[in-house]
Structures are given as structure tokens and as C-alpha cells.
Design a protein around this ligand. Structure first.
Ligand SMILES: [Zn+2]
Length: 289
């Protein structure tokens, strides 16, 4: 995707790293799982082990001093992946602000992006403590996307370049969770889950598929920037992180009750639906009767 250069007046970028003790991460959500599972695919480790490492790694506050404050410009140009992420964020902000404005909703709140600058544990603004190993995730409480760009480096080293769109899809998916937060969809799903615990997983899957769909909408609304192969890269990425595929690769029986993000086919369908460019079709995914 040929993204335009980021505009620092249109993005909110900070950093997270080091910091003292604190609560353990409570709302890490899908990002953790996605990344643990991608790690499982790429590195051949047991995703559950990765997850428990992440979950367990918050024990014991690490007393690292806060890294020196960097400007948005510096943060966004620290490496090529950071620049790509800032370019994507700038585009996502412009695109979604316009979608909301067109539907008569003013005052759209942009999410923040925090680059995780130190290895180890760090404090999020609203989701407690997290580990730099978690990879990209969205924290609804502080409306911030957290990204450690070294994840992309590892991914490229171990698995080769899956294409830029595979990476952009991750950022756009996390942004999709921000959309769900500002529209109140997240809150509605959480309350539906509380009322209906047996459907909790199913509802979680719908949330994730909707985030995939919103990622596709962003791409569709920037069709002029799409390059040959982007669509296929997105489809391949969606296919490779379906719950059924991940379970099969881990040598497990396919267990739909343990699904959190949907099957490969569902994820590809959700992204494809988004590629049609109508966010209302994505809204409909979580409409609960
Ligand atoms: Zn997600």
C-alpha cells in the first residue's frame, strides 16, 4: 500500500517503556492472543506457553527508569516499521474521521499510539501492566494502540516478508477495536457477555471479525493507494490466523468452543466484506437480537 507520509498534527504518538511496579495487565485482549498465535506459527512454540509467559511476566515490578521523552517525529522515524505504523495511523485517522462526519457524528476521538520502547514490562495508561512481548494490542481504557515494532523485525527474520499489507492489517484491526469503543459496540458486547456467559466466546468472535471487517473498510476507502498483491497479502494473513488453522497447526483437535477470533474462512470473509467499503455492513456483524 502506498501510504502518504504521516502528519504529526493528525496523530497522537507516545511511548511506553520501563516504569515501576503496578497492576498486572487486565485488558490486553485480542492483540496478545493474536501475537501469541502468530509467534506459535512463526516460531513453532506452543501458543499457550507463550500466553502464559505473557500473563505471568507481569509478576515483580521491574524498576527501569522512564526513557527520555522523544518527540512524535522522533518516535515515528526511529525505524522503518515505526514510520509505516505512523503513516497507517495518520491514514486511519483521516479515513475514520471522514466516515463519522459523513454519518453526522462530530467530535471523533482519535486513538493514541504508544511505541513500546524498552524490552520488559511497562505500565499502560488504562490496562495495567503489560509485557513488551505482547505485540500490538488496543487498550480501551486509555484508547491507545500499543506496538513494539521489534515484533515485525522478528517476524521478517523468521518468516520472511509477508508483505506490508499483512502488517497494516494488524494496525487497522487494532484501530477497529477503537471504532468499537467509541461507537459503544464494545460496551454493548461486554454487557451481552455478562448477561449471557454461555455466548461469551461467540460474542468475542463477532467482535474480532468486526475488527477485521473495519480493517478492510479502511483499505477500501483508500483504494487508490492499494498496490498489486495487497488484497492477497491480507487474505493470506487472515487465513493464517484463523482459530481452526491455529489449532490444527498446534496439533490439536478443532474445538469451536475455544475459538476467540473465528475460523480462517470467517476471518477472510470478514476482511473481504470490509473490502466492499461499507462500514455499516461491518456494524451489522455484532447486531444482537
Ligand atoms: Zn482483535
Amino acid at each position: 500500500m502506498r501510504l502518504n507520509p504521516f502528519d504529526t498534527s493528525n496523530i497522537k504518538v507516545g511511548s511506553a517503556g520501563g516504569g515501576g511496579g503496578g497492576r498486572r495487565a487486565g485488558g490486553v485482549g485480542c492483540g496478545t492472543i493474536v501475537i501469541a498465535l502468530i509467534a506459535a506459527l512463526v516460531f513453532g512454540v506452543d501458543p499457550m506457553e507463550t500466553l502464559s509467559t505473557i500473563e505471568g511476566s507481569s509478576a515483580g515490578g521491574q524498576q527501569t527508569s522512564q526513557s527520555t521523552e522523544m518527540s512524535e517525529q522522533e518516535l515515528c522515524t526511529q525505524n522503518a516499521y515505526a514510520t509505516e505504523t505512523c503513516n497507517a495511523l495518520s491514514s486511519l485517522n483521516t479515513t475514520w474521521e471522514q466516515v463519522f462526519a459523513e454519518q453526522g457524528v462530530s467530535g471523533f476521538q482519535q486513538p493514541s499510539l504508544n511505541f513500546i520502547t524498552d524490552a520488559g514490562n511497562f505500565n499502560t495508561g488504562g490496562c495495567g501492566r503489560a509485557s513488551s512481548a505482547v505485540g500490538p494490542f488496543y487498550c480501551p481504557a486509555d484508547q491507545t494502540i500499543y506496538i513494539d515494532t521489534s515484533f515485525y523485525q522478528q517476524l521478517a527474520q523468521m518468516a520472511g516478508d509477508g508483505g506490508d499489507f499483512a502488517r497494516l492489517y494488524v494496525v487497522a484491526h487494532e484501530y477497529g477495536h477503537h471504532i468499537q469503543t467509541v461507537t459503544g459496540i464494545s460496551a454493548a458486547i461486554r454487557s451481552a457477555q455478562a448477561q449471557n456467559p454461555r455466548q461469551s466466546n461467540q460474542l468475542q468472535v463477532l467482535m474480532e471479525l468486526q475488527a477485521d471487517c473495519y480493517a478492510g473498510v479502511w483499505a477500501a476507502k483508500n483504494a487508490s493507494l492499494i498496490e498489486r498483491g495487497d488484497f492477497e497479502e491480507g487474505m493470506r494473513a487472515a487465513a493464517s490466523i484463523g482459530d481452526d488453522t491455529l489449532q490444527r497447526r498446534a496439533g490439536q483437535q478443532i474445538n469451536p468452543h475455544a475459538f476467540t477470533h473465528g475460523t480462517s474462512q470467517q476471518r477472510m470473509n470478514a476482511l473481504k466484506l470490509g473490502f466492499q467499503g461499507d462500514d455499516r455492513q461491518c456494524d451489522a456483524i455484532t447486531q444482537i437480537r
